[in-house]
Design a protein around this ligand. Structure first.
Ligand SMILES: C[S@@+](CC[C@H](N)C(=O)[O-])C[C@H]1O[C@@H](n2cnc3c(N)ncnc32)[C@H](O)[C@@H]1O
Length: 191
């Protein structure tokens, strides 16, 4: 559910020690009275020189072909096309390329999609994690706290974060063999 690729692109930039904001032309702080252009220019050139070798693979996937093509273009603009691959399709059909890894996702939440469809999507996502991703961790960011419960796994970490003005929840799920047990807990919680 990578959409335009913000998460794969910014995560990879962080992994190679390149600040994700480096492509921005302007920052609001440049208008501050005590803004120091010389210091800013030196900070920018230091960050240009910071790079850490990166050997892991990053893969983005989305059901929308249009989103995948936007994500690919954003990846090329960031110079990361050799590190990030993309695959179009439903998350249920995605074939994992390795036995362990980290999933980070920002699934749709109820703004343009009906409540029942949202619940079904989060349930299917949770079931897919339990069925195919034991040994992985999954970080999910969503503005829909109720929908997150339908993943049916107990988060091991939870943070409140803001996507612009929108309050969101960022939860980590550790997937291990036997995670299915919590299905009962999910059903109990949602009664
Ligand atoms: C909130 S958007 C993600 C936005 C993203 N963070 C970005 O930078 O653009 C949710 C994405 O989930 C995708 N999606 C919805 N249902 C899906 C499914 N069943 N399988 C894969 N992707 C899906 C949508 O196409 C959409 O791009």
């Amino acid at each position: 559910m990578c959409g335009s690729g913000t998460i794969p692109v910014e995560a990879t930039l962080m992994a190679i020690n390149k600040p994700p904001g480096i492509f921005r032309k302007h920052f609001a702080f440049e208008k501050w009275k005590d803004f120091d252009p010389v210091m800013w220019s030196s900070v920018k050139s230091q960050s240009e020189n910071m790079r850490t070798p990166f050997h892991n693979a990053v893969i983005g996937s989305d059901i929308s072909a249009q989103m995948i093509s936007i994500a690919r273009a954003n990846t090329v603009n960031a110079g990361l096309e050799h590190v990030i691959g993309y695959k179009q399709g439903d998350f249920e059909a995605f074939v994992k390329p390795c036995e362990t890894g980290m999933i980070i996702t920002n699934p749709p939440y109820g703004e343009r999609i009906r409540v029942n469809d949202i619940i079904d999507l989060y349930k299917r996502f949770g079931d897919t994690l339990k069925k195919s991703y034991s040994g992985f961790s999954a970080w999910v960011i969503s503005a829909d706290k109720n929908a997150l419960k339908f993943i049916g796994l107990k988060p091991s970490k939870k943070y409140t974060v803001f996507n612009g003005p929108l309050e969101c929840f960022f939860a980590k799920f550790d997937i291990y063999k036997g995670s299915k047990k919590v299905n009962n807990q999910r059903n109990d919680e949602n009664k």
